[in-house]
Design a binder for this molecule. Sequence first.
Ligand code: FAD
Ligand code: NAD
Length: 367
Amino acid sequence: QLTDPLAKEGPSSPSYDWFQTDALVTIVIYTKQKDINLDSVIADHRDDSFRAETVIKDYSYLIHIALSHEIQEDFSVRVVENVGKIEIVLKKKENTSWKCLGHPLENHNSLIPKKDTGLYYRKCQLISKEDVTHDTKLFCLMLPPSTHLQVPTGLHVYFKLTITGTEIVKPYTPVSDSLFSEFKEPVLPNNKYIYFLIKIYPAGLFTPELDHLQIGDYVSVSNPEGNLKISQFQDLEDLFLLAAGTGFTPMVKVLSYALTHIRSLRKVKLMFFNKTEDDIIWRSQLEKLAFKDKRFDLEFVLSVPTSEWNGKRGYISPALLSEFLKRSLDTSKVLICICGPMPFTEQGMKLLHDLNFSKDEIHSFTA
Ligand code: FAD
Ligand code: NAD
């Protein structure tokens, strides 16, 4: 039975249908929403079951079916944005006519609060691993052909590994290449590769295991999670990014999205806090970008600098922030994104409130 928690709030529940040709089976999801894109649907085909989760506001609409016939491993996903229609095209293994699509599995054809859907994982293969700093590496993972998944800007995924018999799960935030010329993604259709900047802590629980994976090994990766909404960028004029250490990772896609999609944008400023110069991730790429794009300004702040360091020093502070967070116009629409170690983020949030920025003007990245 289709539950309809959105009904009271206005928009009607999604529905689905299917049709076939000799070679293909197409599942059509009518989301009845306009802001749907290829990020909105996550689909996995495993054994004979097919699962597609469509994210609609804070809800997930699930298609979950034990298919009546075998299909080929890969499939394609298309979205007709203006009518909110999603088409998933499956390839039949044999050209026979299907009498039914299959049997419903758990939560099939239901709309459930996203927080209640649980994490769904698929195994991704480690394709490459490159040093970025002395302790941070760029990991490239490949999604299976039987998965459609794109991680939206500002969201993270969970990695799962079994470590000495126990399943351990930690969050990581994908990065993109588009603004950084030296990091070129190989051209592959359907966004099959996902990149992560990950710092290895020698005494950590998870990252040493991750670092020990060989090329070709697998790690389980979840559906995206997080609460940044792309609508927060609408009509934005000034974007301030406060990042500490690997808290830089969500800023990569945010920076790229803002510079390429937000026409109203006047200025993006990144204040990047690190212990030493050696810890700065993608320093030269950031400097090149600041040189190339006049809208982008960059400031490094070191908490454990050498005596030769001429730049800013210390932890996040009222003095650093009040100088840095200058609007380009008095009335500019601003967004401040903050991410880093917990004490950094907490201290930063407090300082931002003290500086009279409103809740809507601040986004902190957390799990
Ligand atoms: P842990 O075992 O958690 O240890 C980390 C460090 O703390 C080690 O040096 C350890 O010795 C020390 N430590 C552990 N426990 C204690 C203790 N009780 N007292 C003192 N010291 C202690 N990280 C990235 O590198 N890239 C990302 O893109 C990324 N994205 C994230 C997204 C989100 C939403 C969140 C919340 C975190 C993200 N992280 C990211 C951090 C990541 O999830 C892990 O926390 C990190 O990789 C450390 O994991 P670990 O198990 O190896 O280390
Ligand atoms: P780090 O230890 O190298 O520190 C980087 C900088 O953070 C320091 O130079 C300092 O300026 C600041 N800092 C550290 N401790 C501080 C404190 N007590 N008070 C004020 N400022 C402080 O950082 P790291 O090892 O790269 O850790 C990055 C952190 O970011 C991790 O805790 C990770 O979980 C978090 N992270 C969160 C997300 C997310 O929530 N989306 C994403 C990525 C990383």
